[in-house]
Write a protein that binds this ligand. Structure first.
Ligand code: SAH
Length: 213
């Protein structure tokens, strides 16, 4: 199967029916061929609206969840964005079409290498993929206009809250890792943070420290 006109129409239909309605987000997602980010035996399911296994026991998120999270993040073309949980690199590729600059981190070096390769092959030049424990964020590039966490934390990590610019938005799934979690939208104001619960989601856990591969 290829990312042809018909497949793209089906993807857009699935996204809209799940509540992804913003044109900029839909355009960005139409530009990224998810099939390039899924390897092995699941490759032929790349265009279905479902999460799929990737290397290192991780998952590439469901396209409609990528769309809803991206929409909630409300990215503008001048934004510097931090993503925690590169995984396949698919979400970072979508963000690259919406933001000025994207930094994305993963604790598995193998995933970082694979994501770098596919993003390079797509000539995406405004994304930097970094190996590291995202729970500490990336202080040297902070503050960020937007932060997207694509692994579930028990609470929004304090180091990430500290690296969010005033007026900035962070989207993060919170809750126990083996349960359904809640997608949280955090907005930083001059005098504190606003928390809005968006919807139930299910993500792999945010794990401390580096992975061993
Ligand atoms: N956004 C990805 C899917 C993320 S899956 C995509 O588009 O494909 C969650 C990812 O978070 C996994 O790759 C996992 O290795 C990573 N992760 C978990 N804990 C982490 C941590 N502390 N720091 C960085 N990455 C982490």
């Amino acid at each position: 199967m290829t990312f042809d006109a018909e497949t793209r129409m089906q993807l857009l239909f699935a996204l809209r029916s799940k509540g992804v309605t913003e044109h900029r987000v839909l355009d960005a997602m139409e530009r990224v061929d998810r099939g390039l980010f899924v390897r092995g035996i699941f490759a032929d399911r790349s265009y279905d609206d479902m999460p799929l296994p990737i290397e290192c026991g991780q998952t590439i998120s469901q396209p409609s969840v990528v769309g809803l999270m991206t929409q909630a993040l409300d990215v503008s073309p001048r934004d510097k964005v931090l993503e925690i949980g590169t995984g396949s690199g698919y979400q970072a590729a979508v963000l690259s079409h919406l933001a000025r600059r994207v930094y994305t981190m993963d604790r598995h070096r193998r995933l970082v290498r694979a994501a770098r390769e596919v993003l390079e092959s797509l000539d995406i030049a405004n994304v930097t993929v970094i190996s590291g424990d995202g729970g500490h964020g990336l202080p040297e590039q902070s503050p960020f206009d937007r932060i997207l966490v694509t692994a579930a934390a028990e609470d929004p990590p304090p180091a990430l809250l500290a690296q969010l610019r005033e007026g900035g938005i962070m989207v993060v799934p919170v809750g126990q890792s083996d349960h359904v979690q809640t997608l949280l939208k955090v907005t930083r104001h001059a005098d504190g943070f606003d928390y809005e619960e968006l919807r139930p989601v299910r993500f792999v856990p945010l794990v401390e420290g580096m992975g061993d591969d």
